[in-house]
Design a protein. Structure first.
Length: 185
């Protein structure tokens, strides 16, 4: 089993245990997340890797930040985390890569994530995992259109957008990719 297969299996096992710990059937989770039962089964069997949008739907259904869904992919939290040790997750079909700069740990409230979205992509989330979650997004490179609760923001390198997320959101790139840091509090 290569690194990607191990990562997919760890994520599959974690998602299955989150569902079963809550006493949910696949159909219950399908109803609350809007992800089909068949797709959920394939994800839990590690037959497919979920997309960024699917993970967003599952995070909302479980009422957990995305980082908690990806927790089994992250290394234990040491005081210094070198770039090579920082956990990554990617959605190759959606052109999205997420790197946990500072993985969450008990007792710590702030989480830093670096993301990259390839050109001509749109990633949408119907609702936040945790309503009112505070985000600070700094665009490092490229251009990004971020829509938060029906408000559209055109971001350029160096721009910082601070917001609390209550409804739908989307991240959109045009002819250029976008690389950004996001702090979640």
């Amino acid at each position: 089993m290569d690194g990607n297969e191990r990562q997919n299996q760890a994520l599959a096992d974690h998602l299955r245990s989150l569902r079963t710990e809550r006493g949910l059937t696949l159909q219950d989770l399908a109803d609350s997340s809007g992800v089909s039962r068949a797709t959920l089964s394939r994800i839990e069997n590690a037959d497919v890797s979920p997309t960024a949008e699917t993970l967003g739907r599952l995070a909302s259904a479980f009422g957990l930040p995305l980082s908690q869904l990806l927790a089994p992919l992250e290394p234990e939290f040491p005081p210094l985390l070198r770039r090579a040790e920082q956990g990554t997750w990617s959605d190759p079909g959606g052109g999205f890569v997420r790197r946990s700069v500072s993985p969450p740990a008990s007792g710590l409230k702030l989480e830093m994530i670096e993301c990259e979205i390839t050109p001509n992509q749109r990633i949408s989330y119907e609702r936040p995992a945790v309503a009112g979650h505070e985000h600070h997004l700094v665009l490092l490179d490229g251009a990004l259109t971020l829509t938060v609760d029906d408000e559209r923001y055109e971001l350029r390198p160096g721009d910082c957008l601070r917001y609390r997320l209550f409804g739908a959101s989307s991240f959109e790139t045009g002819k250029h990719s976008a690389r950004y840091l996001i702090a979640l509090a």
